[in-house]
Design a protein around this ligand. Structure first.
Ligand code: ME8
Length: 528
């Protein structure tokens, strides 16, 4: 396994306030980054905003502000949100930053000098909200954008073009890599929809608006917003600058694994054009492009332009950051679309967090206080068949959790942990400690039950730590685990809590009134 990881989210358009769709992707990456760091891998995590383009220019005009003022304002809302959601990104890149603009210009020049870019005339169908050009076949007889379903406009202008056929053989070699584009159906979609019908050259400059990166060779052109945006993954690492240590460490070095996480709506740009740009620049290709599904609303895809968004802010304020993080990655199975519903949101909090985790911790702590004066008994293996079975389950849960998280299957990994905790809850019922406590000859049995429960809670908390960033430290506090003991290396150490003193903490996840909270969340939906 590689020692270093570079993980990126798409850089979002600050053309409207962030919604839980953006929060989903960023949380997914954050969990991956935290998980890798928890296992002592070096992980550099990047997110940012994509601030150029016609749409931003138009929005700013409508509001009577400069495009820079416009993006400054919305970008600050994105950065505040990531802070509130405890996102652990190492950097935040904005495409209006000087360090980025230079890289775009340099990249354009390099591609031009390589003879990969030429000047031509563009006639095509353009979707302004998506900033995408489409061919006649793609827009169909109704002239509808295949991505967002809105009408497209015919556009003609002098443009630079990137020769997409030139690097196709190398691109196809990259496609052969195991799990490079993941899940696999996304790769097939690219092959069948775009590559096999014949890739057309890509228009990489525009002259019809000015809010973009001017091309040095011909300043009336600005770089096409996707060429501009994709370069963020390099510019944030100092590519081509004097300070390119991060680039060398996280991109150039074969020790590093480069991972892009994107939504299904932007697969084409990341799995066709981006690798081709990199090939033109003579730069190594990413190791993995993970394509996640989208969070839908009852009336289709949630989007800023449709105005059917759910903002994460009020949810965080009311239910806490852990509940929102948990809900997002539990509800959308990686690679599939999910649907936001207030009912499910409340149910997840009640069933998974309040019952399965919260209750388990509070019952266990209370019993250890009651039966053993608050001291966790020493762990003894294999006291009986049931304990043995639990020990095996713990080991297999850790193993499958690691395998699943490495492939970003966070939902499945969490479900495994939840099943383990569910099993522990059942174990309480089955072993009936309150009965064992009445029989002095069963003391060893009772000790074993308590030690097993405490250890399983420790394991569960550790595995959920990348998701439940606020509450897991409280669980470790309750178990009396010191900072050092919380290290991941202790996950297989059943004795980590021997003789530790438990503490009753606050209620971890208060149970919600379903009707009342569902109503409240419904009121937030569709709002700004
Ligand atoms: O496409 N459900 O920016 P964008 C889940 N600037 N994820 C969603 C989502 C939803 N309903 N809506 C958006 C852009 N996302 C470009 C990217 S990258 C070089 C440039 C997430 O603001 C998802 O990850 O439209 C999607 O790919 C991304 O936000 C698009 O954000």
């Amino acid at each position: 396994m590689k020692k270093r990881f570079y993980i990126t989210t798409p850089i979002y358009y600050p053309s409207g306030n962030p919604h839980i769709g953006h929060a989903y992707c960023t949380t997914l990456c954050d969990i991956f980054a935290r998980y890798k760091r928890m296992r002592h891998f070096d992980c550099y995590f990047l997110t940012g905003t994509d601030e150029h383009g016609l749409k931003i220019e138009k929005n700013a005009q409508k509001e009577g502000v400069t495009p820079q003022e416009y993006v400054d304002n919305i970008t600050s809302i994105f950065t505040k949100l990531w802070k509130a959601m405890k996102i652990s990104n190492n950097d935040f890149i904005r495409t209006t930053e000087e360090r980025h603009i230079k890289v775009v210009q340099e990249a354009f020049t390099k591609m031009y000098q390589n003879d990969d870019i030429y000047l031509g005339k563009y006639e095509g169908w353009y979707c302004t909200p998506c900033e995408s050009f489409w061919t006649e076949t793609q827009v169909g007889p109704e002239h509808i954008c295949p991505d967002c379903g809105r009408p497209v406009e015919k556009a003609t202008e002098e443009s630079y073009f990137f020769k997409t056929q030139k690097y196709l053989p190398e691109l196809m070699k990259w496609y052969e890599g195991d799990k490079v584009i993941y899940p696999l159906n996304r790769k097939n979609e690219m092959l069948n929809t775009f590559i096999k019908p014949g890739l057309e050259d890509l228009c990489v400059s525009r002259t019809s608006f000015s809010w973009g990166v001017p091309i040095r060779e011909n300043p009336k052109h600005v770089a096409y917003v996707w060429l501009d945006a994709l370069c963020n993954y390099l510019s944030a690492l100092g590519y081509g600058s004097e300070h390119d240590e991060l680039y060398k460490k996280y991109w150039e070095s074969e020790e590093s694994e480069i991972i892009h996480v994107i939504g299904a709506d932007i697969t084409r740009f990341h799995t066709i054009y981006w690798p081709e740009f990199l090939l033109s620049l003579g730069v190594r290709l990413p190791d993995r492009v993970f394509v996640h599904g989208l969070m839908m609303m009852k009336d289709g895809k949630m989007s800023k332009s449709k105005g059917n968004v759910v903002s994460p802010y009020p949810l965080i304020e009311k239910y806490g950051v852990d509940a929102v993080r948990y809900y997002l990655v539990r509800e959308i199975i990686f690679g599939q679309d999910g649907q936001f519903t207030p009912e499910q949101f409340v149910e997840r909090i009640n069933v998974d967090l309040a019952n399965n985790i919260g209750n388990l911790v509070s019952r266990t702590v209370s019993m250890i206080q009651k039966y053993f004066d608050g001291k966790i008994p020493s762990f003894v293996e294999n006291v009986n068949e049931q304990d043995k079975e639990l020990e095996i389950l713990v080991k297999s849960t850790i193993e499958s959790y690691e395998n699943k998280l490495d492939d970003l299957h966070i939902t499945e990994a969490i479900v495994d942990v939840m099943n383990l905790l569910g099993r522990a809850n059942k174990y309480i019922e089955e072993s009936a400690p309150w009965v064992l406590a009445k029989d002095p000859s069963k003391t060893e049995n009772l000790k074993s039950v308590m030690a097993h429960l405490a250890y399983i809670i420790f394991v569960g908390a550790k595995l959920l730590e990348p998701v439940l960033v606020e509450k897991t430290p409280l669980i470790f506090d309750s178990l009396g685990a010191s900072e050092n003991e919380r290290d991941y290396s202790n996950i297989f150490n059943e004795h980590v809590l021997d003789n530790h003193e438990v503490k009753k903490g606050e209620v971890l996840f208060p149970r919600l009134d379903v009707a009342k909270e569902t109503e409240y969340i419904k009121g937030l939906m569709g709002g700004k």
